[in-house]
Design a protein around this ligand. Structure first.
Ligand code: HMG
Ligand code: MG
Length: 299
């Protein structure tokens, strides 16, 4: 298959990027980050997470974030909603899109959302129904698609089964998460092949973390297979609190540099994005994990 002509970038920095930060980050900093990302041309921003503040304290200001955004035309501001309680709160805050998040690993599902995979799917059904009533689209995540911190290897067939369930339930897109960044390109291709028998390629997204430095290589491999939606995080921030050892998402700046080089359009201003990466890492006192961001800042 040929590379896609256009890729839609899903910027998860304000959510996946910040959720695991140990020091409190002010709502104002989060809002400034979201605004800068929109100004750089990003059209889809996962802005908040309506999860339990006991489970993920960093996302406790989800209401303030979601209602505080200065919305830009053409930009979708989305949030994670693991259950009806989260969805109702997100709807009250005017969320445009939400995401439910499941896993291809039983152990990870228990650690992350306190229920089995089957229970999680049953929990998502009313979320999808209610969201549909409210006219809000729902994205679905599957975690641990290339390995689990607790179970190790995950069978591509299991990833395909959970992806299919989310798609059939009404998720318009299923994002495939290499939560702990252990995948390698051929493994990523094989997993995608299994999933794409159940869910059309156009309805799939790649959500790769970069723990082992393989995320860009894995992305190249799945782009070649026809993936045209990529999740990433500015400055490579991120990690899941319930996946030990999980480091950041692939950096948005590095993804844009790669896509620019491949002649794939995104509509995103790389310089503005890199400046945002420099700014947020300084603001929260974290290293910039984007090689492209660091190189551009040194110019
Ligand atoms: P639970 O304890 O089983 O839920 O948690 P519960 O229904 O029994 O409720 C217990 C308490 O939580 C109650 O409060 C509820 O009101 C409250 P209490 O009576 O004890 O005061 N509660 C909530 N509060 C706020 N918002 C809610 C909510 N729901 C219940 N929505 C639950 C179940 C799912 C809530 C919990 O396990 C949780 O919040 N987990 C979130 C974990 C998480 O956010 N992980 C990171 C995101 S996933 C990720 O990063 C992976 C991804 O990036 C893809 C990849 O990389 O693979 C997406
Ligand atoms: Mg993630």
């Amino acid at each position: 298959m040929a590379f896609p002509k256009h890729v839609r970038l899903v910027e998860v920095g304000p959510r996946d990027g910040l959720q695991n930060e140990p020091e409190p980050i002010t709502t104002a900093t989060k809002l400034a980050l979201i605004d800068r990302l929109g100004a750089a041309g990003i059209r889809y921003i996962e802005a908040a997470s309506f999860v339990s503040p006991k489970w993920v304290p960093q996302m406790a200001d989800h209401r303030e974030v979601m209602t505080g955004i200065t919305r830009r035309d053409g930009v979708t501001y989305a949030a994670l909603t693991p259950n009806l309680k989260g969805l109702e709160a997100a709807l009250e805050c005017g969320v445009e899109e939400v995401a439910v998040f499941g896993a291809a690993s039983e152990a990870f599902s228990q650690k992350n959302i306190n229920c089995s995979v089957a229970e999680s799917l049953a929990r998502f059904e009313p979320v999808l129904e209610r969201a549909q009533q409210a006219g809000v689209r729902v994205r679905g995540y599957v975690s641990c698609v290339l390995g689990c911190p607790y179970e190790g290897e995950i069978a591509p067939a299991k990833v395909a089964e959970v992806s299919k369930a989310l798609y059939e339930m009404g998720c318009y897109e299923v994002s495939l998460g290499d939560t702990i960044g252990v995948g390698t390109p051929l493994k990523a291709k094989r997993m995608l092949e299994a999933v794409s028998h159940e869910v059309p390629m156009a309805q799939l997204a790649a959500h790769f973390h970069d723990t082992y430095g393989q995320a860009l290589a894995n992305l190249y491999a799945v782009l070649e297979e026809g993936i045209a939606v990529v999740d990433s995080s500015v400055a490579g921030l991120g990690g899941c609190p319930y996946a030990k050892g999980a480091s950041g998402n692939v950096a948005s700046e590095d993804v844009i540099y790669l896509l620019n080089g491949l002649g794939i359009e995104t509509g995103i201003d790389l310089d503005a994005l890199a400046a945002t990466g420099t700014w947020i890492t300084q603001a929260i006192g974290r290293p910039n994990r984007s090689k492209v961001g660091v190189a551009l800042a040194a110019k």
